[in-house]
Design a binder for this molecule. Structure first.
Ligand SMILES: [Zn+2]
Length: 238
């Protein structure tokens, strides 16, 4: 039953399986690169988070000082219009308390400002350190993605070709082929042009090989060891 069309189908199917494996490998590689990228980006993000938190603390501290200053101005006015000595003393104590808070807050402000500067520096450094790696990872991912796209299109084309070939054949012929395929692990037609059976791997003796080639009838001759239909690539254009 060697039929050029079926041999073509077999070769196309093998090629499409090979492409599928390659696509899976590339997609796995891409997933690994993506998780590496996320990991590196997290390092930068974490430095940015720390900086943002510290900047928030700084701005809250500044707001607190501003608020206290307004409060003191207000108290100064109350001091001017105090109606009793008792009230005057009370306002003075409140002013002193607020001024004390401002002094403490300003001391803290200096410290927090220094911390913000240090975190800015750390953020800049971590970005500088990892930017080339991120760039490289992104490029690699991009490359793999476009390669996968190309392979997927190729595979689709192959599947279409297989479909077209099959639809031009007798269903019974295809059914027979499918049965043989599952019997022979997908390889029904075995090339022996290397002196060995491509299907079972058996190397023929020179005499045996000469005999097989001499009597080779495509579609009838079989490998004496595994029973696959044999052909020679050198004799048949596949
Ligand atoms: Zn064989």
């Amino acid at each position: 039953m060697l039929n050029e069309k079926l041999l073509k189908v077999q070769n196309l199917e093998i090629e499409s399986i090979r492409l599928g494996t390659k696509i899976n490998d590339l997609e796995k590689e891409k997933r690994e690169l993506l998780s590496k990228l996320a990991e590196v980006e997290r390092k930068i993000e974490s430095a940015a988070d720390k900086l943002r938190e510290k900047e928030k603390e700084l701005s809250e501290l500044k707001n607190f000082i501003e608020y206290k200053k307004l409060r003191i101005e207000e108290l100064e006015k109350q001091k001017e219009s105090a109606k009793s000595r008792e009230e005057f003393k009370k306002v003075l104590r409140a002013i002193a308390k607020n001024e004390d808070e401002v002094i403490k807050a300003k001391q803290k402000l200096t410290m927090v400002e220094a911390e913000v500067e240090a975190l800015k520096d750390a953020y800049r450094k971590v970005k500088e350190q990892f930017s080339p790696e991120i760039q490289k990872l992104k490029e690699e991912i991009e490359e793999i993605s476009s390669e996968v796209e190309i392979l997927k299109r190729k595979k689709e084309k192959l599947l279409k070709e297989i479909e077209d070939l099959k639809s031009s054949m007798e269903p019974s012929e295809i059914e027979k082929f499918e049965q043989l395929k599952s019997k022979f692990n997908g390889l029904v037609f075995s090339d022996i042009s290397s002196g060995a059976c491509e299907g079972c791997g058996m190397t023929y003796s020179p005499a045996e090989y000469r005999e097989l080639i001499k009597n080779l009838t495509p579609g009838k001759s079989k490998c004496p060891y595994c029973g696959r239909f044999i052909y020679s690539k050198k004799l048949v254009k596949a």
